[in-house]
Design a binder for this molecule. Sequence first.
Ligand code: PMV
Length: 339
Amino acid sequence: MGCMRKQAAVDFIFKRASVRREEPVLEQGQGFAPVNIALSKYWGKRDAELNLPLNSSVSLSLKLGAKTVLSQNCSKTDQTDLLRINGQALPANSESRRRLVAFLDLFRPYPAFYFNLESESEVPIAAGFASSAGGYAALVLALNHWFGWNLAVEDLSVLARLGSGSACRSLYAGFSLWKKGEDDVLGLDSFAQDLDIVWPDLKLALCVINEGKKQLDSRTAMQHCVNTSPLFSAWVEHCEKDCHNIVKALERKNFKQLGEEVEANALMMHAVMQAARPAIFYSQPETLAVIRSIGALRAQGLNVYFTQDAGPNIKLLFLEADRAAVWAALGTRSLVSCN
Ligand code: PMV
């Protein structure tokens, strides 16, 4: 019952594109999608069922991502969806399995059709590395391939958003802009688009502080902030400006402006979390140590900035020309080059 509006959105897209809900056209379907890191964050929904955001956001896709292969589970004895991520079956009563099955229900051709899904993630799961974004986008691409839908990329972006909000930005390499949209009925104008900006010298590296699973998933944390953080309305008001300025800095390839805006946006998101009641802290002492050393390095003239998502890890932004200096300064920590 809970997914009726999601189903209505899928049905609308299918009808508009003349897609019929039929059996797959191939033995198996495959999809790869990159994970994306938000430069201007999505934090807060105006509609929790459809994952409609309160603000627009911009991201950079990495070369790391998720690969998903789909086929039909025709077993007579095991009549259920077989869902494996990195070779491990999702635990029977887990929230991640429940979410994924509910998403697959939107596309199941008939009730006794069971999926066999194998997904490989190149980044740690549920640790603030945006693994679910790559995962849901790769799944939508695999479905599109397997069922032969031939949907336009914007439609695929809407479908990915129904799985996980930020997944709608993972349909593209490079920079994507997710406009929040105005349609509150089915949310069909809330999808990401390719920004068509090429800036190969802009680099992102992960500074791994903790690869463990996070305590609180972003979905719950976001809603808790919407409901309880007194800073939330200021955040929403400011976000569209940040998003606009970040797009402008990307267009102008103004690294200093970009870095300052990106950092300020991430810090404001974490301030919103810390003002929630009870407060949410994703940072660990080591996270703050890295943030402080980035500030100190900048004071010494090294152009490095950071962003942080719903986890303790830090993502560094720098220009290719400064790569060796960044590694020399921070390389005692675990750095992973991402694009
Ligand atoms: O799409 P979700 O529910 O995983 O939320 C993503 C939230 C952030 O990563 C913190 C921000 C963003 O825009 O990616």
